[in-house]
Write a protein that binds this ligand. Structure first.
Ligand code: DP6
Length: 375
């Protein structure tokens, strides 16, 4: 699907006289096999294990760059989140751009150019702040894309093809899971003998996916929207000296293989059982870390038990996964949506914070051209 926009790079850049304006949106993603732990000895943001996710159609970040074409006397670099200046995000962006500069000559040239210019970066999410959904994946994917497009413009190459691998690499340096958000549908990241051309540096689209998963739904059940006590980045760090580090590696690789088999053969039960085990295994790593911590809430357990009981009694294919947080992602095929959503409303909604859930589905397109900021 990404290829559909390959020949149209120029459409992402608006020439506004003294400025260029570049904008796009990128999707969030939900991992079925989790990236959990980094191999820091091998470089920044190198995953300890291969992971696999699908991108979400509706949970997106919109990004917008405004860059002066000519050098200015007082260069500036400011970041706005939902229209408001955000020094915290600005700091994160600078860290990312510095990392990028160390890794890529092209990024170095863009950074050198930007440091002489007036630059404004804007972003906003389609999902509410309070949804407990991490926005770093969709944000860095969108920013990496805009940044790369700017580079092509500077090099006078904006009629060429898009290098998804390079953009995915750039996004990874911002937030690991962001590298998977450059692709629609199912995506894997991390070197594995099971996938040709797989890499620790960038993600790839997963081709061998049975049609039964092509319309997979994800109902995000919001149990708690507060900021997490331990961030994912801190969580990755706890794996460095984790007592079950080796066991985790063995098990996550088994899960990876089983999920690949399930996706290829169209086996919902195998997929579902494996992703539930995988999500709980990652949370078990938190419980057994030193110091130990717990991100699931009582309501997370309630919801999980109800999902399992409902599945047992109805035999419907609905399964859950969790990110590094308390919220439950309920996955099921489109054809059972009506029944499953009835179950959510009647039996789960009372366990949710303000009764809140977000119904999403696998993304048909990753990066989209957006004019939201330009109107
Ligand atoms: C549980 O990509 O947020 O969502 O690379 O430090 O930014 P950093 O971490 P991040 O970790 C995501 C962890 C996860 C699993 C996953 O998405 O694979």
């Amino acid at each position: 699907m990404n290829q559909a926009i390959c020949n149209n790079l120029e459409s992402f850049v608006l020439d506004k006289g003294d400025f260029w304006e570049i904008s796009c949106s990128a999707p969030s993603n939900i991992a079925l096999v989790k990236y959990w732990g980094k191999d820091n000895a091998r470089g920044p943001q190198i995953p300890s294990n291969p992971s696999l996710s699908f991108s979400l159609e509706n949970c997106r970040t919109f990004a917008f760059f405004k860059v002066s074409k000519e050098e200015v006397k007082s260069p500036s670099f400011s970041f706005f989140f939902e229209g408001k200046a955000s020094p915290t995000f600005e700091k994160k962006m600078r860290t990312w751009l510095t990392r990028l500069e160390e890794e890529s000559e092209c990024a170095r040239n863009i950074w050198a150019f930007l440091s002489q210019r007036q630059v404004e970066l804007h972003s906003m999410n389609t999902f509410p702040h309070s949804a407990g959904i991490a926005s770093s994946a969709s944000s860095y994917a969108a920013f990496a894309f805009c940044f790369w497009i700017l580079g092509q413009r500077l090099l006078g190459k904006d009629s060429g093809a898009i290098s998804w691998q390079e953009i995915s690499t750039w996004a990874r340096l911002g937030s690991g899971s962001a590298c998977r958000s450059l692709f629609a549908g199912f995506t894997s990241w991390g070197q594995s003998n099971l996938i040709a051309h797989s890499s620790d540096y960038y993600a790839n689209s997963l081709e061998n996916v049975h049609s039964t998963f092509k319309d997979i739904r994800d109902c995000i059940l919001i149990v708690d929207s507060q900021n997490k006590a331990v961030s994912s980045t801190q969580g990755h760090a706890t794996m460095e000296k984790h007592p079950f580090k080796d066991e985790r590696q063995q098990i996550v690789r088994q899960h990876f293989q089983m999920v690949l088999n399930a996706l290829a053969s169209g086996d919902w039960a195998l997929l579902g059982q494996t992703i539930e085990q995988e999500a709980l295994h990652m949370h078990a790593m938190m419980l057994s870390a030193n110091p130990a911590y717990l991100l699931m809430k009582a309501a997370s357990f309630n919801v999980i038990n109800k999902i399992r009981a409902y599945r047992d009694s109805t035999k419907l294919p609905l399964y859950f996964t969790l990110d590094a947080g308390p919220n439950i992602h309920l996955l099921f095929p489109a054809e059972v949506e009506v029944q499953v959503m009835e179950f959510v409303r009647e039996h789960l909604q009372s366990d949710l914070e303000n009764g809140k859930w977000i119904l999403d589905q696998v993304a048909a397109q990753s990066i989209k051209q957006e004019s939201y900021f330009l109107e």
